[in-house]
Design a protein around this ligand. Sequence first.
Ligand code: GLC
Length: 444
Amino acid sequence: MKQILAILFILACLTSNAQKSYLQESTAEKDKRMQWWRDATFGMFIHWGAYSVPAGEYKGKEVKGIAEWIMHSANIPIPEYEQFVREFNPQSFNAKEWVRIAKDAGVRYIVITSKHHDGFALWDSKVSGYDVMDFSPFKRDILKELTDACKAAGIKICFYHSIMDWHQPDAESKKDYPHQNTPNPDFARYRETYLKKQLTELITKYDPEVLWFDGEWIPEWTEEQGKDLYNFLRNLKPSLIINNRVGKGRSGMQGMNKYNDAAGDFGTPEQEILEGTSDSDWESCMTMNDTWGFSKYDHNWKSAEMLIDNLIDIAAKGGNYLLNVGPTSAGVIPPESVERLGEMGKWLKVNGEAIYATNSLKKYKEGDNIRYTTSKDGKYVYAMITKKSANIINIRQVKPKPGSKIYMLGVKEPLSWKFVSDGVDITFPNQLPCDYAWTLKIQQ
Ligand code: GLC
């Protein structure tokens, strides 16, 4: 008997050891895994699901707050919310068109909601009947179509996935969604047989590059569970990148970790940009108006110039910019978003060299209107001038050598410049290559 027990014990140890631990990793290994993501700098967030049907309105009234939270904010009972899912039939959805818009914007990766807090899955899930194939009339695998279009266009596909789930009876969330009211919720069962199973599907069927978690704040979720999930997923796909909302480390909207060994690869500031540079990887996710999911009431659009300023500020501080669009229930990215993305793409065509695959400098700014990045080989510093009051720009922080060349991106001839008592004066060309935010490329 003892021998049998000993054998069973050894077998148990062996099988648990079959899971490699990915929680410790050398800096070189992490650098290698994160490289494409760091270089990409600019991503597109897509919040899309059944909430695009009510689009911020319930029973004829506007519901305040972010549109993808409508189930919660308007306290909609599950059977009623399911009606929106039954109406979700985005006949104009065209994955190739979305990817074309992203590509023209200069976006290098897309993060789409595979499942938001409402629990509705945008792919063909065999784990759940609450998905686009079984529950909605649409019956097209949205994630597959988008993944294929992304892969064909050389854009990395990534998924946002909510840990909190207002629809799954075992996911509890009583505090967050009182309507769930299940008699015997079993969170461990939800975690092991639903959440992990769906994530396994996502990885094995669509091979995403990033998993972007959210809804980790529910009391049922713990740092240990986060670490376990992190490890589980990297065992399925070792090169996977996972945000810090997989565990409990995130400190509020500022988004960086409050303790050292928190699970996850990058911090997630939300609707804000870090004050300065950081030793950790980070990505600011932000909306173009005030909501993530589509709302027919939200017309508070930021200007293209402001979005470009944000991109510049984030890149100079060494972060990534994940900029959101919320398509309509017809499957259309709002024209206001398309227009702004188009402007950003136009700007990036000229100035992208200063944004993608650059390094940040400790002194990344000079005053309010100058932001610096540097080429990886250190041969050039880029000074992005977001506003100018005169045709001569004075910079103090970066000193070219005598005889160094200074260019403006998008202009062929080198600019004329001279040393002055406080730094250098650089004369702008007569013809500017873009409407705002000009980049000086300063040879070192
Ligand atoms: C918040 C919201 C959510 C949104 C997310 C984006 O955590 O709960 O609706 O998806 O932010 O970062």
